[in-house]
Structure formats: structure tokens, C-alpha cells
Design a protein around this ligand. Sequence first.
Ligand SMILES: Nc1ncnc2c1ncn2[C@@H]1O[C@H](COP(=O)(O)OP(=O)(O)O)[C@@H](O)[C@H]1O
Ligand SMILES: [Mg+2]
Length: 231
Amino acid sequence: MTETVLPIVQAVEVSKTYFLGRLAVPALRNVSLEVAPGEFVAIVGASGSGKSTLLHVLGGLTRPTAGRVIIAGQEYGSLSDAARTALRRNRIGFVFQRFNLLPTLDAAGNIDLARHIAGRAAGDARWRDRLIELLGIGARLRHRPAELSGGEQQRVAIARALVNRPSILLADEPTGNLDSKNSAAVLQILSDLNRDLGQTILMITHNPAAAAVARRTLHLRDGEIVPDGPI
Ligand SMILES: Nc1ncnc2c1ncn2[C@@H]1O[C@H](COP(=O)(O)OP(=O)(O)O)[C@@H](O)[C@H]1O
Ligand SMILES: [Mg+2]
């Protein structure tokens, strides 16, 4: 008997075309993929191949022109705006190349705001504290982003993304703004989170060292998933 595991993320024949005036820019063409619980998947591809667009569509930040995206059994397209927002907040954590921390809040404030937005201000404080320890940012909680190194900012951003225990972490070039030492540290943390805690991760990268820590790699070229090979 084969066991079927519901994918956390499923894209079915997703296309996305941007329109610049009358100019159509196809960014994704017929992309289908599935990510199972506990997987660590890298998506690689040249600049302009559609990686960020794919992450935004999977994360419910951008609507596809065609096709369906299903997160933990719920299809964005069938949901009201409020339900789609709730799905995103409850199920998905985002990490971006530019960290995107709020500059006026310190590290603790950035992490706690994410809990607050999800309506769980009184929620799982022990998980928050564990994350802070795992990410090695306990001594930096009162620092604002400008008072943190890039690597520290990204670790705070990862804590913020995971504080509500999302089903999947979507990371867009998480090491893109880091030097090699901080890149390696962030990749090690993502790898540990996946291996030790079973955190499902979908990471976009064009850094081969980053792709190497993932357990499966998908290649995007000109908006299409292509068989493995040179990017
Ligand atoms: N908001 C937008 N409006 C118009 N075109 C866009 C927009 N965002 C991305 N594109 C285009 O879509 C294609 C894919 O971009 P993107 O998803 O950012 O690729 P990547 O992240 O792999 O560099 C590129 O041709 C890019 O110029
Ligand atoms: Mg990009």
C-alpha cells in the first residue's frame, strides 16, 4: 500500500505574465511542482528566470495569470481576500534577500510584531525563546537593524518568519546580501531547522553553495521548470 502525503505546497500549471502597457512579459510558463512536508527544496535559475515571481505566487503575494496554487489543501483562488491573508499568515513564513526588518523596532520588537499580527501575542513564548537561542541572537534583542550585521539581521528575519510556526518557509535569495562567512552560517541554520525540526523550506537562490544544502533542486529557465543540468 502506498502512503499519500498531502503536499504543503502545490502549483498546478501556473503561468504569470506581467503587462507593461501593451507589452506582455511572460515570467512563469506552466509551472507545476509539489513540496512535501519536511522537504528542503532549492529553486535555482539565472537572473530574470522567474524565481521571485514563483515565490510570490506560491506565497499568495501575487496572483497567477493561469493555474492553481494550493497550500495545505487550500487553493488561493477559491478564497476570499481575508481567508487568503489568513492562510498566508498562518501557514507561510517569508525571508527576503534584503531582510526587510522594520528599522524603528529592535530585534525583539520585529519578532514580536509578527506574533502580534497573527493574533498570537500571548501565544507560544517558549517557541519564540527557543528560536532566539537556535538562531544565536539572544544577545542582540535590543539592537535595531542598523545596529546589527547583515548576518544578524537575516537571523532575526528568520526568527520573525518562523515565530508563528509556519508550515513552510519561503526564502528568496536569503544569502544574496551576505558575505561568504555569514552565508555559510545562515545556510547551516536553515539546514539545521530542516533536519532537526522538520521545517519545510523552499529556497530560491543562485548560489551553488546554497543549493547544495537543499535535498532537492528545481531549475527554472525562462519561466519554465527544466530537467536538471547547467543553469
Ligand atoms: N512587477 C513586474 N512587472 C513587470 N515585469 C516584471 C515584474 N517583476 C518581474 N518582472 C519580469 O519577469 C521576469 C522574471 O522576473 P523575476 O521573477 O524577478 O526573476 P528572478 O527572481 O529569477 O530574477 C523578468 O523578465 C522580469 O523583468
Ligand atoms: Mg529574484
